[in-house]
Design a protein around this ligand. Structure first.
Ligand code: PMP
Length: 390
């Protein structure tokens, strides 16, 4: 029996519709969309059609989309572009939350070491952004505020509309890393109030290595990669086949969105109830916060995530952890640390993330496997660890 794959926040399998459309584009739209001859113009039309479909799904105009190699590149373009545009003005500060994706955290550390004024927006024990602190920090000297739409580890949703209002009132730009939203929440760039939004295709059934930065109309940022393509905003021959796959995944996600959200939420609840019942000592992180309907991050007592994940996989369940494993052992998750957990519990977070195709049977198999894999470990663990609250 194949394992139950519950790591959809890391990546999703490529949707059959995306595979079919990509193969078709590879066969029939292989020309360079910048070429003026007929095959090039045909490829250009395929690109325009894909752009329109992604834009319709994201709730923006096609001209506001810049296709990139993924969300990491889009995030870099947003931050480096916005900070460069503010250079020479009184807006010197970049604010970001303490639970951003590791790629953005690394950029913040790098820029801070280079002398950029970086400020941090904290979260509470449930992973919710501290709005009072954000209001205090978003001032006239801020060029850019960056926040994720929802956290990849805990699924906790960030208050984008409130931040958009605060940023607008102070004349700062708002950049939303929306990588985890498509297919898991209603998405509208226009309605969000964000100025910049990063997206990635492979989290919603598209291929890896393609994504987009949405740039609000009228906003011009220096490109990261110079060249003629994407209206001089991102050079390099477009990843046409990837972009077609991205569009197909968007169309697919849009078609069934409301039903998928409800199904995933019900299955996530089934999973959480089953795990809490089967494994006393299991605690859900961010349980009181608004969360994505597909994500559950738990600890099992204080058991180290890597140990739990190894046993889970041998029992037939693939999940993941925000804690990175680096030679010398498991590193605590920066997200759980930011939520006020100590190092031991910040190494204990195990994330299950569902996709729209999962069934109740998958979830029941996962619960049974977890009971077999983790139950004996938990029973043997120190009794006091189960009592520590999240
Ligand atoms: N931001 C978030 C919130 C993510 O979850 C991810 C993927 N793990 C990324 C950015 C990076 O996306 P990509 O793989 O497209 O570079």
């Amino acid at each position: 029996m194949s394992p139950v794959y519950l790591d959809c926040n890391a990546t999703t399998p490529v949707a059959p519709e995306a595979v079919a459309e990509m193969l078709d584009a590879m066969r029939h739209a292989w020309a360079n969309p910048s070429s003026t001859h007929a095959p090039g113009q045909a490829a250009r039309r395929v690109l325009a059609d894909a752009r329109a479909r992604v834009a319709a799904f994201v709730g923006c105009q096609g001209s506001e989309l810049v296709f990139t190699s993924g969300a990491t590149e889009a995030n870099h373009m947003a931050v480096l572009g916005a900070l460069a545009a503010a250079r020479g003005t009184a807006r010197r500060r970049w604010l970001l939350s303490t639970v951003e994706h590791p790629g953005l955290m690394a950029l913040a550390r790098r820029l801070s070491a280079e002398g950029v004024a970086v400020g941090w927006l904290p979260v509470d024990r449930q992973g919710r952004l501290d709005l009072a602190e954000a209001r205090a920090q978003i001032a006239e000297d801020v060029a850019l505020v960056s926040v994720m739409g929802a956290n990849n580890e805990t699924g906790v949703v960030m208050p984008v509309p409130e931040l958009a209002e605060m940023a607008r009132a102070q004349g700062a730009l708002l950049h939303v890393d929306a990588t985890q939203l498509p297919g898991k929440a209603a998405l509208s760039f226009d309605a969000s109030g964000a100025d910049l939004m990063a997206l990635s295709a492979h989290k919603l059934g598209g291929p890896k290595g393609v994504g987009a930065l949405v740039l609000r109309k009228g906003l011009t940022l220096a490109p990261l990669i110079s060249g003629r393509q994407e209206r001089q905003r991102r050079g390099g021959t477009e990843n046409l086949h990837g972009i077609v796959g991205f569009a197909a995944a968007c169309s697919q996600a849009a078609a069934d969105l409301a039903a998928n959200l409800a199904r995933m939420q019900a299955l996530r609840e089934r999973l959480e109830e089953g795990l809490l019942r089967a494994l006393p000592g299991a605690v859900i992180f961010g349980r009181e916060a608004e969360r994505l309907p597909n994500t559950s991050c738990l600890r099992f007592g204080a058991l180290d995530a890597e140990q739990v994940l190894g046993r889970l996989e041998r029992a037939g369940v693939v999940a993941s952890s925000g804690a990175a494993c680096s030679g010398g052992g498991t590193q605590p998750s920066h997200v759980l640390l930011a939520m006020g957990q100590g190092a031991e519990l910040a190494r204990a977070g195990v994330r299950f993330s569902l996709g729209p195709w999962h069934t109740a049977d998958d979830i029941d198999r996962a619960i049974a496997a977890a009971e077999r894999a983790i139950g004996p470990l938990l029973a043997a663990a120190r009794p006091d660890t189960a009592a520590v609250t999240a």
